[in-house]
Design a protein around this ligand. Structure first.
Ligand code: AMP
Length: 418
């Protein structure tokens, strides 16, 4: 037997109904804010991610699915969507559209991580980006929309928003130097991974989840105290907008994100109901990245939501749509009579299942039970001769005769359609 690859999952019914619900909710909420869908390829030239995510990030150094295609070109399964989305934005000249250009996309991402609960090698994200706008009100609006998405799913009180500012090219280098100095002096009290990161990517050290590292990290110099005036002003405006909208949030001074390109605003949505992998969404501002990828010098802003974790938070499955009736023809003449009825009803959006005429009535009624349909419609030779169908209410077992000519209307009424 061939099994699925480790860290990769099938999404089976009825859970797939929960996925559909999450995706439909995302589309509805995002589109209400003016976002439109962009569909992107799942693989790109490796160089795009190396540049767009950052050479010194964990993703690029350790987690990418990279391979040579048959022509010897290095390609990579996308580990996130922002780089691809910006590539498309630049390639198709979307920057001529009114700013901010608001786009969303969703689909599978691939990272070679150690699989555990809530962490997979193929996982799915909802990804939202707003391009070409510097105003801090946009940062706040993105967070507001993200929380609205969770509220619409009934998860409003299971998540919380954390925000931070990580400065920009004007103030971060000096902070980085101070932090490096602080961490180097205390390297002996840090875990191996932190020690490795001190030189490569010291801000990421702040993010370490190892309990032993906590005391050193909690006493580390804070970026918030080193922000330059424009960054401090930006952060204050983001907070003022969130306050004005009545959004609850926590300032998390050590919230830095895994990707290299963030400036100023970073944020995460976390939940205490998820165990170790407690982040369900994350994002921030990445002014400068569009230029880095060969586009105009424009601002960028966005977030990604992990769909698996949203589904975990939702817990029990959303009830999937089911057929309202099983049509049971007894014999081929009855199949021929019921096929067009089934087609008409289905064409009007009401789901019914149709048997094939070969099975015994008892077995078909048992199937109707297991499908959970409201009624079984039985048509044998006797019924055909009378021009009728027998409609059996599955719950009560009560049966009544319905003229075949009125059967479609009867089924449509069951499905709530006139
Ligand atoms: P990131 O792109 O790393 O900022 O991640 C954004 C969101 O995607 C996270 O908050 C998670 O909800 C989700 N996510 C990231 N990596 C994984 C993974 N390996 N498995 C499942 N979900 C993930």
């Amino acid at each position: 037997m061939i099994r699925a690859i480790r860290g990769v999952h099938d999404i089976l019914p009825p859970e797939s109904a929960t996925w559909q619900h999450v995706e439909a909710t995302a589309r509805r909420v995002f589109e209400a804010y003016g976002y439109r869908e962009i569909r992107l390829p799942v693989f790109e030239r490796t160089e795009l991610f190396a540049r767009g995510i950052g050479e010194v990030t964990d993703i690029v150094q350790k987690e990418m699915y990279t391979f040579e295609d048959r022509a010897g070109e290095s390609v990579t399964l996308r580990p996130e969507a922002t780089a691809s989305l910006l590539r498309a934005y630049i390639e198709h000249g979307l920057h001529v559209q009114p700013k901010p250009v608001r786009l969303y996309t969703l689909g599978p991402m691939f990272r070679y991580e150690r699989p555990q609960a809530g962490r997979y090698r193929q996982f799915h994200q909802l990804d939202v980006e707003a391009l070409g706008e510097e105003d801090p009100a946009l940062d706040a609006e993105l967070m507001l929309m993200l929380l609205e998405f969770f509220r619409a799913l009934g998860l409003g009180d299971r998540v919380r928003l954390e925000i931070n500012s990580i400065g920009d090219a004007a103030c971060r280098p000096a902070y980085r130097a101070r932090l490096t100095e602080y961490l180097t002096a205390r390297a002996a009290s840090l875990c191996g991974e932190c020690r490795e990161r001190i030189e490569r990517n010291p801000l990421r050290v702040l993010d370490c989840k190892t309990p032993a590292c906590r005391p050193v990290l909690e006493a580390a110099p804070r970026l918030a105290d080193s922000l330059c005036a424009p960054c401090a002003g930006h952060f204050a405006r983001v907070r003022a907008c969130l306050d004005a909208a009545g959004v609850a949030y926590d300032v998390a001074p050590r919230l830095v994100r895994g990707l290299d390109y963030y400036v100023r605003t970073t944020f995460e949505v976390t939940s205490t109901h998820l165990g170790a992998q407690n982040a369900v969404a994350g994002g921030g501002r990445y002014d400068g990245l569009i230029k880095l990828l060969g586009g105009p010098p424009e601002a960028g802003n966005g977030f990604a939501v992990g769909i698996e974790r949203v589904v975990l938070l939702l817990g029990q499955a959303v009830e999937p749509a089911r057929p309202v009736a099983l049509l049971i023809p007894l014999g081929q003449a009855a199949v021929a009579r019921l096929l067009p009825v089934a087609r008409d009803v289905r064409a009007r959006g009401v789901a019914v299942e149709l048997g094939y005429g070969g099975r015994r009535l008892r077995a078909e009624l048992e199937r109707a039970n297991r499908l959970g349909v409201a009624v079984a419609v039985i048509v044998g030779d006797d019924e055909l001769a009378r021009g009728e169908a027998t409609v059996r209410e599955m719950k009560s077992g009560a049966q009544r005769a319905v003229p075949l000519a009125g059967l479609a209307a009867e089924l449509l009424a069951l499905g709530g359609r006139p």
